[in-house]
Write a protein that binds this ligand. Structure first.
Ligand SMILES: Nc1ncnc2c1ncn2[C@@H]1O[C@H](COP(=O)(O)OP(=O)(O)OP(=O)(O)O)[C@@H](O)[C@H]1O
Length: 294
């Protein structure tokens, strides 16, 4: 059997002319850029690993975390890394010198110091995290892949901080989120490590209580419940009380939001009872939900 084929005029055949050369050139340029990026990235990784205060922690970062940090440096949120502030179960918090973009966000002239919260994908208890994302319309359709869950969690913390600020609750100003890394305003700078409410002597507990219950009410009016509020997640920043750790905060749509709110009220009221105040969990709950009969 003979194969049949159609003869075509050579002029109709694409010639390996300009077009092909162009493709070749573009390929080479892309390769060059990719090689340069790889080189810069490994230099960056080495620099972080060699940074004195960063040594131990950096050795536990995976490549994806390095890539996220690298992007944040490129985007001007981070200029130089400082030391660890806290090593938690799920995340470590570091201080860093912010870049130009960070200065723009905070509207300051000099590069500000920033807090960098790095969630550890492997160490995170993502099953527990998954539960907190349930019923949250902002994170519908999130699957069960742990990397995705941790990243959704970090975006959720960023979104919660943004919403809380809009509602008039003093929380750290969120600046950027990249994969498992969150950059935010650094608190308690002048005094070294930021002090928690649990670590200080509260001279005027009445005022502190009024501020915190007002924050809780504003948060609730904005459709959020903190979910882990206590004297450990309120930081003293100068004269201000600042609420932190909004990763687990849920919207009021969450099936357990009422239970979380009651727990928050209990923790807060119990702390102020220990300061000698006559406050009840129920009164606080009624204040927050505006469910007062008077
Ligand atoms: N914006 C910030 N500025 C300064 N310090 C901060 C900031 N955010 C967090 N920290 C410090 O890091 C600690 C841990 O932060 P956070 O509670 O957000 O993380 P976490 O991983 O949930 O911690 P934990 O496992 O202890 O609950 C805080 O107690 C505080 O000392």
């Amino acid at each position: 059997m003979t194969e049949s084929f159609e003869l075509v005029d050579t002029e109709d055949v694409d010639s390996p002319g300009d077009e092909w050369e162009e493709i070749d050139v573009a390929d080479t340029e892309a390769d060059r850029i990719a090689r340069r990026r790889d080189r810069e990235f490994s230099e960056f990784r080495k620099r972080i690993k060699d940074a004195d205060q960063f040594k131990v922690e950096a050795s536990v970062f995976d490549d994806a975390t390095f890539a996220a940090l690298y992007k944040l440096v490129q985007d001007g949120y981070i200029d130089a890394f400082g030391g660890p502030i806290s090593t938690g179960k799920e995340a470590n918090v570091y201080s860093a010198l912010g870049g130009e973009t960070a200065a723009d966000v905070l509207d300051v002239d000099d590069n500000p110091e920033v807090a960098v919260k790095v969630y550890r994908i492997n160490a995170s208890d993502f099953r527990d995290m998954r539960g907190y994302l349930d019923g949250d319309p902002r994170f519908e359709g999130i699957g069960h892949d742990k990397k995705q869950i941790v990243q959704a969690w970090v975006r959720k913390e960023f979104a919660n901080l943004t919403r809380a600020r809009k509602a008039g609750v003093r929380v750290p100003e969120p600046m950027a989120v990249e994969r498992n890394v969150l950059v935010m305003e650094l608190l308690g700078l002048d005094t070294g490590r930021a002090k928690r409410l649990s670590e200080v002597h509260v001279e005027n507990p009445e005022t502190a209580y009024e501020v915190i219950r007002e924050y809780m009410r504003r948060l609730y009016d904005a459709g959020l419940v903190h979910g882990d509020l206590s004297e450990y997640n309120v930081i003293l920043h100068g004269e201000e009380l600042v609420v932190i750790d909004l990763g687990q905060a849920v919207t009021v749509h969450h099936p357990n939001s009422r239970e979380f709110l009651e727990r928050d009220c209990h923790n807060v009221a119990a702390f102020f009872r220990r300061q000698g105040m006559d406050v009840t969990d129920e009164d606080l709950l009624a204040f927050v939900t505006d469910d007062t009969s008077d």
